[in-house]
Ligand binder design. Structure first.
Ligand code: PMP
Length: 407
């Protein structure tokens, strides 16, 4: 059964908004998704009627808030099919989760000369934490390249792996090229060499059904705000054996068992990695968002978005001077493009005046831009509430911009 998009759109009041007197066409979903009313209401309900700091209180509200936060953890566990709640750590988002692993795993498991492998299509959030580790520990950062279509050159992975490789950290879906990477295959290969793998799921979690056990990922990270949840909350899934092995990331709050000035012992998982007051309102609202997409069906969402993508590429290909950046067949719900010599910023500004929200620039993936010898792209990214009519409006907008520049 497909999605009833007309009825779904009613769940997202912001989609009614007019921009410069035009109906909003929101195609910047890879940056962040809009929130359904149930998520916004959950946040309000949290502050209006359930707010109390969690874990330490004996009083009713504190216990209630604690139960909601822990129920959210269980819901996240089920959503990605993790074996245990202990393996679900709430973070501020993907970026913080990768920084956590780069610090805790990197500092404790890497020596000078050890190697971390990333790919050429990573978001800066999966590059810079490893460069910081390189400054601290003298590790070597190696890169799996992609080809002209935006496909990872996996045959090169064999020669990149050595007995100094400590971790491979790759994105599941590229936020600029839309490539869906064969992470299961990468993990299998890495495990043959006993190398753990971190998967950046920021762009896969809203679009694909994720099963961390099926992938056999050692770490899987994502942000709540990209899957219809609130900002400021995200998830690090880590296999228990790794999370037990590596030290805490930050100190304070819930992560301790006992503190004296001489010695502090740490709390058990998952609390060992959750220092300070967690975003318990955010976690419960994220849980509501996960319920929302689960009720619609991840397979239905994936199907809808891939139909939108195919339609968009088909229609956009008719535009004179259209150049797609990223041409793999197995791709997520976004399209990066350039038209003639029109600067992405100019294209984005013209589309904006027509009420169309797209993103322009390097999309925090400058190495991808360098590989193509370009400064940036225009990116239209789709969500479960987008329609073919909106794509028609986008295509007409691009055509209008093209005529303005190339009359
Ligand atoms: N990785 C990828 C692939 C992304 O697309 C993004 C967000 N654009 C991030 C990481 C960073 O996510 P956040 O800013 O929510 O931490």
């Amino acid at each position: 059964m497909g999605l009833d998009v007309n009825s779904i759109r009613k769940d997202f009041p912001i989609l009614e908004k007019k921009i410069y007197g035009k109906q909003l066409v929101y195609l910047d979903n890879a940056a962040t998704t809009q929130k359904p009313s149930c998520v916004v209401e959950k946040i309000c309900e949290g502050y209006y009627s359930c707010n109390a700091n969690i874990h330490r209180g004996v009083h009713f509200l504190s216990q209630h808030a604690t139960e909601a936060h822990e129920a959210a953890r269980e819901n996240v566990r089920a959503f990605i099919n993790a074996p245990s709640n202990k393996e679900i750590i709430f973070t501020r988002g993907t970026t913080e989760a990768i920084n956590l692993v780069a610090s805790s795993f990197g500092d404790s498991q890497c020596e000078e000369g050890d190697e971390i492998i990333v790919s050429q299509m990573e978001h800066h959030s999966n590059i810079v934490p490893w460069q910081l580790l390189r400054s601290r520990k003298g590790i070597v950062l190696k890169v799996i390249p992609f080809d002209e279509n935006g496909e990872l050159q996996l045959e090169k992975l064999d020669s990149l792996i050595t007995n100094r490789t400590k971790l491979i950290s790759v994105t599941h879906v590229s936020n600029t090229l839309a490539t869906i990477n064969p992470v299961k295959e990468i993990i299998k290969k890495a495990h043959e060499h006993n190398i753990p793998v971190l998967v950046d799921g920021a762009q896969s979690i809203p679009h694909l059904k994720v099963d961390v056990q099926d992938l056999d990922a050692d770490f899987f990270v994502f942000s709540g705000h990209k899957v219809y949840g609130p900002t400021g909350i995200g998830v690090l899934y880590g296999k228990e054996k790794w999370l037990e092995l590596i030290p805490p990331y930050q100190g304070g709050g819930e992560m301790i068992q006992k503190v004296t000035f001489e010695k502090t012992t740490f709390n058990e998982l998952p609390f060992k990695f959750e220092a300070g007051t967690p975003d318990y309102i955010g976690s419960t609202a994220l849980s509501t968002a996960l319920d929302y997409v689960t009720a619609l069906g991840m397979d239905n969402i994936a199907q809808h978005e891939s139909e939108l993508l195919e339609y968009a590429r088909e229609q956009m290909a008719k535009i004179e001077g259209m150049r797609f950046i990223g041409n793999v067949s197995h791709r997520g719900g976004l399209v990066s493009f350039l038209v003639g010599d029109i600067h992405p910023y100019d294209m984005g500004s013209i589309l904006d005046k027509l009420g169309i929200a797209v993103r322009t620039g390097h999309h925090c993936a400058e190495p991808v831009m360098q590989a193509f010898g370009i400064e940036g792209t225009v990116r239209a990214s789709f969500a479960l509430y987008n329609t073919k009519e909106e794509i028609d409006i986008l295509v007409a907008g691009i055509e209008r911009a093209r005529k303005m520049f190339h009359h």
